[in-house]
Design a protein around this ligand. Structure first.
Ligand code: E4P
Length: 215
């Protein structure tokens, strides 16, 4: 399973990228809004200079013609830019147009299997089911990941399942078990995935024994 980082924060991206485990980055308007000072395009360009993989940048427009204009401009920033489009009728039209132009898309805000299947049929490169936000409303977000992986496999669809709105290491493990192609993970969850008290205790014990040995 590929790991994307779900942030627009440059220092967080640099820190996690140094671990050698990052395959890409996803941003959204809320994440970009947190990074004050720099224009949207400049942030995306800077991210593209750090991580050599798909970098999702989201359109703001709600109508297909304007989404297409925005997406074309975003895709010109760097060859790795993937245009993020909301899962609406206008978003499907834009996705279909982008596919014809060879522009890769990440169709976002997917909350049902039928939505995801339609995004795939429209030509989405990735579809992003939001696991955490489904859990928040007392649904089981991970069931959507499992359903989409099964459906895309059943029909040999090229669209990749990008597990999004990840809130815990457990979500990452379950996404991998379900066969999600990608998980986009917040920085805090990367830290939680790595940390283990037995690793820390083990290092402490090894070092103490080493010191005692007098070598
Ligand atoms: C996906 O690409 C989104 O940026 C993201 O995963 C949303 O997560 P949230 O529900 O924690 O805002």
């Amino acid at each position: 399973m590929k790991f994307f980082i779900d942030t627009a924060n440059i220092s967080e991206i640099k820190r996690i990228n140094e671990w050698g485990i990052l395959d890409g980055v996803t941003t959204n308007p809320s994440l970009i809004a947190k990074e004050s000072g720099k224009p949207f395009e400049a942030i995306i360009e800077e991210i593209c200079g750090i991580v050599d993989g798909p970098i999702s940048a989201e359109v703001i427009a709600l109508d297909a013609p304007t989404m297409i204009k925005e997406g074309r401009l975003l895709s010109k920033i760097h060859k790795n830019v993937v245009v993020k489009v909301p899962l609406t009728a206008e978003g499907l039209k834009a996705t279909h147009a982008f596919k014809a132009e060879g522009i890769r898309t990440n169709v976002t805000l997917c909350f049902s299997a039928t939505q995801g299947l339609m995004a795939a049929k429209a030509g989405a490169t990735y579809v992003s089911p939001f696991v955490g936000r489904l859990d928040d409303i007392n649904a089981v977000g991970m069931e959507l990941i499992e359903d989409l992986v099964t459906i895309f496999t059943n029909y040999d669809l090229e669209t990749q399942v990008l597990s999004a709105s990840i809130r815990s290491p457990r979500h990452v493990t379950e996404s991998a078990l379900a066969g999600a192609h990608v998980a986009t993970i917040p920085t805090k969850v990367f830290d939680q995935m790595l940390a283990h008290p037995l690793t820390d205790k083990g290092i402490e014990g090894f070092l103490a024994d080493w010191k005692k040995s007098g070598r």
